[in-house]
Design a binder for this molecule. Sequence first.
Ligand code: HEM
Length: 751
Amino acid sequence: MDSSKPVKAVKDVVEAAAAKVAEALTSEVPGAPGSAPATVDEPTAPKGPLPPKKEQGAPDTRTPTGAETGAPAESKGQQGAFLTTSQGARLRDTDHSLKAGPRGPILLQDHHFREKITHFDHERIPERVVHARGAGAHGVFTGYGAAQKVTKAGFLAKGKETPVFVRFSTVLGSRGSADTVRDTRGFATKFYTDEGTFDLVANNIPVFFIQDAIKFPDIIHAGKPHPDREIPQAQSAHDTFWDFVSLHTEAQHHTIWNMSDRGIPRSYRTMEGFGVHTFRLVDAAGETVLVKFHWKPKLGVHSLDWEEAQIAAGVDPDFHRRDLYDAIEAGAFPEWELGIQVFPDTPEETFAGIDLLDPTKIVPEELAPVQPVGKLVLNRTPRNFFAETEQVAFHLGHLPPGIDVTNDPLLQGRLFSYVDTQLTRLGGPNFSQIPINRPHAPVNDMLRDGFHQHAVHAGVAPYRPNSLDGGNPFTTEENAFLDLPVVVAEAPKVRANPASFDDHYSQVRLFWLSMSPVEKEHIIRAYTFELGKCYEQAIKERQLQCLANIDPVLCAEVAKGLGLPAPEPTVPLADVHPSPALSQIGRMWPADGRLIGIVVDPAVGLDDVGPVRRAVFAAGMVPLLIAPYGGVVDGMPVQRTFATARSVEFDAILVAGAPAPAADALPVRDAKAGAAGSLAVDPRVVLLVDEAWRHAKAIGAWGNGLTVLQEAGVAGTPGVVTAESGEDALTAVQQLLAAHRVWERFPASVA
Ligand code: HEM
């Protein structure tokens, strides 16, 4: 008898089961690394390159001068069946260097070894000096036509579609830092318009720390880790940050936004974006208006709870990146509307008494409504992080005809800084020829040579005037960028701000008074935490003085937490009208792409789980089954086990069963198993529900699942629904999700 036969039969069964799991995982739930399941054994014969994953897209195939090449995007990747050198010679072996005998030294002549190692040694480029940590996606922008009465920019025309690339980022952390830190988020959009690239380099906070760009190195040096120990990473809870913002009080407005829930977004998909500065739009007749740009997310503005953010930073440092990519892969394409606030272009450059050149001020939406002018949909993830997300280069001077800048002194400085830094970061002046940066409008400049020149320029006369190239290229009036002849008032050359920039507190107070009680609690908590992490008493006292100038309640509550007396204000408290539009709470939003964790107990029947799972998919959300062990249960893939699941990943929890403690529910094996003392139910399930409850998430249970609610002590509390069936539980949970959280669970102590 051939003894290998039973072994082979077992192996076949195991492989078939593994293939089924792999297929289930890749076909339904986002996150699988490749476009096809991997095999257990290392493949021995080439099968041809795998296609990219269905949701991935690469930059358009354009020449360095913007012309369409017609080549498929795959043509750029080196993805063939046979390994070659960089020059295309096929290789026999890449696992052993060429040596003088198996035990001898490596030979200098090993050109493959040298090429491979040399290239590897130079793989890194400097990370961005700020906004180093980011995630990007491709998409499309469609104009509504509404902006055409104020600008001639063609990409805003009705129905006009323009490809875009968006990069979201944190500001302070290094490339490898966690996503969910308390920080401002970047929201930079490259519109590849037919009339030249437009970069809207925005943030998720509408004001900035400083009024003059010359202070940028100061605020960044203060916010970055301390220069001696290089800690703390990616956060503002340290002495140098608070030292600066409490002395340079124009930073107080931006700071309160960071201390609010805006500083810890739930997702990039749930962030607003703001161009911050006032821009100038010009129409076909040369008439101008002043505008502020806003991005409004379809899913509403939604943030993490602070504890949730901290847990996520540990259990999933890529929380926002993963969320963006998974949502796109699941077909829940993130969407925003671009809107503008429009102001008359008067010589004073003010609106309702607000200086439009002061980047520490907003114009409340109640005074100037945000008018929608187009829609952004992100529908493709990058194929290669480095080539696209890392090499993309934004610049505020990338302006198409119809959009111009103002004299905002922060904006003016930014016009210098971005290209300047990219010269170093991207290794020379030709970074606009990197595929992700190539314009889609024809490029006909007279810039020549330099490091990494990709264009093969024809012609002999890259200068003007010339006769040798027939005088080409010519300048034109036709749809050309117009430097508006804005009048600059006669004035002495000074290093000074306008007097209107001196008001550092009134809008901070406006923001505070516009918050709901629970949002105010979160702000108090954030200041108390951050200042509590400072060592220097003087810095805490100085910041408390700033808080006193914002609001006595805010100051008193934070002072209590710090164990310090609350000072009296040193400036009169501003008499301001709250702006309800600044609060995140009180509206209802779609639940697209939200993650629903479903706890199952494979020891009992799972008949009712399949329909719930399908209903979650049908509602445009993503179901993730959580079971005691991995693999497939009842034909459905298990995406999380009790060991790998953590509540922060889910927007809501459905409890379909009350699984008994699994074999690995031992504190020594899984720290989470020690967290709750239940004997009847796996303690990690109890912790999951308990945490979800603490973070005010919707929880639904039916059947045996009700036992878990009892064990966690949450039964009958707000936002915890029990139902006859899984589908009923889902319907109730979905309704709760529309408000983002079960806000009643956070009792507020301040009004
Ligand atoms: C309203 C104020 C500001 C906003 C909204 C803003 C926004 C951004 C964003 C979103 C990025 C990331 C771009 C990307 O994803 O590649 C960025 C990067 C950067 N910003 Fe700003 N920024 C502001 C102020 C400034 C100022 C005042 C300066 C300097 C004077 C500055 C210098 C830089 C630099 C050097 C980078 C790195 C660019 C690169 O390496 O490609 N920013 N900024």
